[in-house]
Design a protein around this ligand. Sequence first.
Ligand code: OOG
Ligand code: NI
Length: 476
Amino acid sequence: HVTAAYVTTDHIRNLFSSAMSAMYQTEVPLYATLLKLVAKVNQATLAKQPQLAEQLKANGELARLSVERHGAIRVGTADELAMLRRLFAVMGMYPVGYYDLSAAGVPVHSTAFRPIDRAALARNPFRIFTSLLRLDLIDNPQLREQAAAILAKRDIFTPRVRELIGNYEQGGLTEPQAREFVAEALETFRWHPTSTVDLATYQALQQAHPLIADVVCFRGPHINHLTPRTLDIDEAQLRMPKAGMAAKALIEGPPQRRCPILLRQTSFKALEESIRFTDGQVGAHSARFGEIEQRGVALTAKGRALYDALLAKSGESAQAPSDAPLDNQAHQRQLTVVFTAFPDDFGVLRQHDLAFFTYQLTPAGLAARGRYSVASLPDKETLLAQGLLSATPLTYEDFLPVSAAGIFQSNLGLTTRTEPSLGSHAAPAQQAVLSQSQAQFEQALGACVIDPFALYAEQEQASYELAIQALLGRIP
Ligand code: OOG
Ligand code: NI
């Protein structure tokens, strides 16, 4: 009696990520154009910056670059969110981080489902930014109840995908089951040009907040963008209009630097698409857009606090009396000035404990294996200075709440650009509200979100210990 061979969660995630990309290319042809543009920019950047190519290779990120992307969805109920958690677990994707966007006038809170260990991230770091609508933030009680009633009637999952999730939880999925799972799961994220409500209901919800209409009036949480990773976002942003894409005015995140930190993002505006309502009327809805991102080094809590403080400072000085929106060049210039306070040297970032790194033995370090005992082992700084050990910046795998709010606002046609103070920079009273809403989110999710800082710290520590064990000759 042979037990069925189960496939790995990495394999299923890889299948799903490419199936999603294929589906989105047929749904939004401009996304296919964007993929080509990014591939070209990446090729040119790697040719121009051999050092960057080396760093990506050392991190095992060169191979993943062409499959690397994230997407986003928005759901309406706790049950939907909890089931999504189980669905993503089949693909080795777990909820990391908590993002409260309500301070920025976007009535959602979110997490990102993503792989968490180094090998899984290297294979395919597919991430889905997942937001839960906060009906409690709708003022009108009638509208709130109506929205809840509409949501209660829908099931965003196929019966078969529910069965297959059960199979996974009882042991695993075989290859044919994995392929069936991917096809069934895709149905949840598909676009539907038909609404589940009449035009008047849609308009009332749209009036309350465009996001509410987007979540409530459709059969499921259509994937609203897929984002490839570019190695030069400034160049990609320049090329977007020429390729027929109306790029968002500002690049979100930190300014251009020699040593990139965190995440920089830009998007092209959501498409206006024709929708048929249940009463036969036809209207337009905009939901789906395109986005690109450039990833830099992950910051420690200390580095992140500095980032948040500088971003807030730059937001304050941006309050032009005319209230005229900044163009990207002016925005970048201003950011660059404020961010001179953020060291732009990997050695300094590391020594000041501002960013995370992984450690590996250099060829000289490999040659020195067995030369030291525990007692004679030099400390980390000495090993680095002697060239036995090298430090590679650890890539940021998560999102940024202020940037995410900017992306939401741009695509919902909301013009108010608030500069919320979120996360570690929040005042104590705000922190209390934040952790209270996080608890509500986790209750809906049916699990705690994973702390991203802990993940980076573990990876850094594990790589250092491995290098030391090798240097001591304890690993063959
Ligand atoms: C998600 C927007 C946030 C990002 O990359 O920060 C996001 C949404 O519009 O649903 O995707
Ligand atoms: Ni995004």
